[in-house]
Design a protein around this ligand. Structure first.
Ligand SMILES: [Zn+2]
Length: 351
């Protein structure tokens, strides 16, 4: 529980719709920063920098949902505690030895099309070709990848290990130091200001970052500019258009106010990607176990469902459930209904 008194309010600003420029909006949800205590290392001694009811509004012209007012650019940094999870160092890149070297040689041979990909998949399995791009898109020649909002570079580690040329951008200078120490190209600052040559990447990876940017349209335009012709952007964001928005309401883990400045539905994400110049090849929802475990635990902690369930027995059931694949069927079922808690968009920069 939060014990400290609430500090002064942050500087905030009102903004027009990033997608259509209209200044005409309606309230959707009011919510406090209810995730802060989960982001910090010692929840008992820390309060969010601003305990106001933040407002998510929806543009009356195009439907884009966003935080309004929102912390100013100068103030937003204090909304991220130093222990924010994306900045954890993650695993170090393992030194190649023995089996690792054999796997690497095999990957290189296959990537150069010396072996048919399907044969290699059968022999080497997912462990060899299991980078996220291959899992999503099937065969993609290894090339250069830029991760926007890469934190300490944990995701890039997996790409590098599989032969990709890796580059990361993140607002955190400390995180960029860690990424650099692991051999990734790295630049600290706002992505839209990054000094990157046009057409220099084959893939731009943006996992749970677009909702944090001050302008998703500018961020995606920048991604479009730095991609080579035929290059691919992969975007993951929370799905504001799912039934879970209504179920978990202001306690929804995915709102993460005031760190999430935008809240996308299928329609608004697609509109922003098209406005940035992309051809949208795939747009679907993904469900994660973590979302449900976090949300249910959080709601139980805060007694959101106390009229329906006993807190203690529900928590016991949750603990038994953790780490087990009980939720796998449920996950697949949600995705087939388009009700996953995340949206995934794959777009191409046309030649
Ligand atoms: Zn709009």
């Amino acid at each position: 529980m939060i014990t400290q008194s609430v500090s002064a309010h942050l500087d905030v600003e009102y903004v027009a719709c990033d997608l259509c420029g209209a200044n005409d909006f309606a309230d959707v949800i009011h919510a406090r920063d209810s995730n802060w205590q989960y982001h910090v290392e010692s929840p008992n001694s820390s309060a969010p920098p601003d305990d106001r009811q933040w407002r998510i509004v929806s543009c009356n012209n195009c439907g884009l949902a966003y935080l309004n007012p929102r912390p100013t650019l100068a103030a937003i940094g204090s909304c991220y505690p130093p222990s924010y999870y994306a900045y954890a160092p993650g695993s170090k890149v393992a030194r190649p030895r023995g089996l690792q070297l054999a796997k690497r040689a095999m990957r290189r041979a296959v990537r150069r099309r010396k072996w048919p990909f399907s044969l290699a998949l059968g022999v080497g399995g997912k462990a060899v070709f299991g980078d996220p791009v291959t899992q999503l898109l099937g065969w993609v020649p290894v090339g250069s990848i830029l991760e926007v909002g890469c934190g300490a570079g944990t995701c890039l580690d997996g790409f590098k290990e599989r032969g990709w040329t890796t580059f990361g951008v993140d607002i955190s200078a400390a995180a960029m130091e860690v990424a650099r120490s692991k051999g990734h190209g790295a630049w600290a600052g706002d992505f839209v200001d990054a000094p990157l040559a046009r057409g220099s990447f084959d893939v731009v990876w943006m996992s749970h970052v677009l909702e944090h940017t001050s302008s998703p349209l500018h961020a995606l335009r920048k991604a479009h500019a730095v991609l080579s012709p035929g290059g691919i952007v992969v975007v993951f964001v929370p799905n504001f258009g799912s039934v879970w928005t209504a179920v978990f309401r202001e306690r929804n883990w995915s709102l993460d106010l005031p760190r999430h400045l935008y809240h996308f539905t299928r329609s608004s994400l697609e509109q922003v990607a098209i406005a940035a110049g992309f051809r949208v090849d795939r747009l679907c929802t993904k469900a994660t176990q973590k979302f449900f475990l976090c949300n249910i635990e959080k709601s139980l902690n805060e007694n959101q469902f106390e009229q329906w369930v006993d807190h203690k027995s529900a928590m016991d059931a949750m603990r038994r459930c953790k780490g087990v694949d009980h939720l796998e069927k449920f996950r697949g079922w949600l995705e087939s209904l388009g009700q996953g808690n995340q949206l995934m968009l794959i777009g191409t920069k046309e030649r």
